[in-house]
Design a protein around this ligand. Structure first.
Ligand SMILES: [Zn+2]
Length: 160
């Protein structure tokens, strides 16, 4: 089966330098997209920080699955997860958008998604919660979650 079928794979990514939200073609991530505002490279090889202000928009407007790590700095298991998520973001750049949300600084989204334990990883597909996982898990578990997203789900939004 063709992996991406030429489907559109746009994602919303906040520039870490000037904070502008960019709409990036994740299918072309290897071509080093740059920020439309400041021109600096948009790096997708690590989890990107999101906040109360932009989580919803980034999730809704991204055509690829979005994995959000709800974490806190003081949380030991979150520190265990960090390198696993770094690796996932690097190796699956363009297939999935990996985000992280600091639950201490962003109470509104933490409340909205009913986060009771951290780390909680929520996988979104087509702007909606697809599944979630609480507690530190190995990389293989994350790959399983991603593999469970129905193929083609990411591109069906285009038809509306
Ligand atoms: Zn910028």
């Amino acid at each position: 089966m063709e992996k991406n079928g030429g489907a559109s794979r746009k994602g919303m990514v906040r520039c870490p330098f000037c904070a502008r939200l960019n709409r990036v073609d994740l299918a072309r991530v290897q071509h080093r997209p740059s920020c439309g505002e400041c021109g600096r490279p948009i790096l997708l090889d690590r989890p990107l920080a999101v906040t109360d202000a932009d989580l919803q928009r980034v999730v809704t407007e991204s055509e690829v699955p979005v994995l959000v790590d709800f974490y806190a700095d003081w949380c030991g298991p979150c520190k265990t997860m960090a390198p696993v998520l770094d690796e996932l973001a690097r190796e699956r750049a363009g297939d999935v958008l990996v985000l992280k949300l600091d639950t201490e600084r962003n109470p509104r989204m933490t409340e909205r998604y009913g986060i009771r334990g951290i780390p909680t990883l929520i996988l979104f597909s087509q702007g909606r919660e697809f599944t979630r996982q609480t507690g530190a898990v190995p990389r293989s578990r994350l790959d399983d979650l991603l593999a469970s997203v129905p193929p083609g789900a990411a591109s069906s939004r285009r038809s509306k």
